[in-house]
Design a protein around this ligand. Structure first.
Ligand code: SF4
Length: 410
């Protein structure tokens, strides 16, 4: 097994006391996912002489055809409930019999996401874990970061590489500057996303020319715009186009969401679908789009009301995403990273607004956090999601901020 390491890393303050809920977890990460097993762990399991585990190791580990060292095999799921074959009474038999050190890299690391960016080590939590979703979305303080001791497997650390230390210093500054834009509480979240988009579009042009030295000037200019109330020019005149938002996000959102992979996800989504579509279980595509559009337009103002006591909910979601993914250096360019973020923002907002579409039954923030956790289970670990959104944006001819701004506005 690859050893667990204790490191000092930058973490969001709300995460410092994270503790797995274990058997109390409503959507155990060991259900519904075919967990990858790395080669080192696979070989250790195969040579284990533990009397209770040896028969399971012999029959429940499935080699991946052409698998990499990180995804060398997977664990078979139980037919009856799609739970991991090593799960007993909500507890992992490998962990209880052999200890946490014996878990595979994936099981030992989840739900933590560790990134090394030059000499900066950081760790966040994915919202596909119910406890992580609640602590990140429902608390204030996601915007504060502290140094803390955390554990990780070195093989699980995502590394951001820069050509040299001078560039690394600039890219780290850009990362924290983009987080600062998301913290501008005097702006609505769609306004923060729009300003971020214009910044990313300009930064991407500099990046394309290898002109990292000019990024400091660009950040200063946006800092001035934010500080001096000079954003009106950027934000005025941006229209709202819910029908285009539905065209870009709804099909993809529903085609993947309708495939829940645990009893918890199914229960959450069944309730959501009943709220949005009533008893209608199938609809022609045109009627479906019309229904979603109608419910979405009704839901947007209600969503704001639903989150009146949790004004940081959406910004916390975005900050968590940006922090974990080393935004905006997680794609081939800064603007591509931004489009990835837009895809998450637009689709989640649509989901939550639909959940709030009936003014008589506006969802509680806790319900919206649960829906976000289910969303994350389906989309955060699905790279094809961003590709599908990209395709939809391409089809609609949206590849610049001039057009994208229109699908960001509430
Ligand atoms: S999803 Fe989170 S709380 Fe639930 S079992 Fe996994 S790590 Fe623990």
């Amino acid at each position: 097994m690859n050893p667990l390491q204790t490191i000092t890393a930058l973490v969001p303050a709300v995460n410092t006391d994270f503790k797995c809920l274990g058997s109390e977890c409503p959507d155990n990460c060991c259900t519904g996912w075919r967990v990858p097993i790395d080669q080192t762990t696979y070989q250790a399991y195969k040579s284990s002489m533990h009397p209770g585990l040896k028969p399971l190791f012999a029959t429940k580990l499935v080699r991946e055809a052409g698998g990499s060292p990180a995804r060398y095999a997977t664990i078979e799921l139980k037919q009856e409930d799609h739970g991991c074959s090593f799960l007993e009474g909500g507890l992992c038999k490998i962990q209880s019999e052999l200890g946490e050190e014996a878990l595979s890299d994936t099981c030992g690391g989840y739900p933590r996401i560790t990134v090394q960016h030059g000499d900066l080590l950081q760790q966040g939590l994915t919202l596909s874990c119910p406890d992580a979703a609640n602590r990140v979305l429902l608390q204030e303080g996601m915007t504060e970061f502290v140094q803390a001791e955390v554990t990780t497997r070195l093989s699980q650390v995502m590394k951001i590489r820069d050509p040299n230390e001078a560039v690394a210093q600039i890219t780290r500054s850009v990362r924290f500057f983009t987080l600062r834009i998301l913290r501008q509480e005097h702006l609505a979240v769609w306004q923060r996303m729009t300003v971020l988009g214009f910044f990313c579009e300009e930064a991407a042009a500099l990046q394309k020319n290898g002109d990292f030295a000019s990024m400091s000037g660009l950040m200063d200019r946006y800092e001035d715009l934010i500080g001096n109330g000079g954003l009106d020019k950027i934000l005025s005149g941006i229209g709202s186009y819910p029908s285009i938002q539905v065209k870009v996000f709804a099909g993809i959102l529903f085609s993947k969401l309708l495939k829940p992979n645990s009893p918890h996800q199914k229960a959450v989504l069944d309730e959501f679908l009943a709220d949005v579509f009533g008893t209608q279980t199938s609809m022609a595509p045109v009627a479906f789009q019309a229904r979603v559009l109608d419910r979405y337009i009704a839901g947007i103002p209600n969503l704001e009301r639903a989150l009146a006591d949790r004004p940081s909910f959406m910004a916390n979601f975005l900050v968590n995403q940006m922090f974990n993914e080393a935004f905006p250096f997680n794609e081939s360019s800064i603007f591509e990273s931004y489009i990835r973020l837009v895809s998450r923002f637009g689709s989640l907002r649509m989901l939550l607004a639909l959940q709030c579409s009936d003014p008589a039954r506006i969802a509680a923030p806790e319900r919206l956090a649960t829906l976000t956790q289910v969303y994350a289970r389906n989309f955060e670990h699905a790279p094809q999601f961003k590709d599908a959104i990209n395709q939809a944006l391409d089809q609609a001819g949206f590849r610049s901020m001039k057009f994208i701004a229109g699908i960001i506005r509430d």
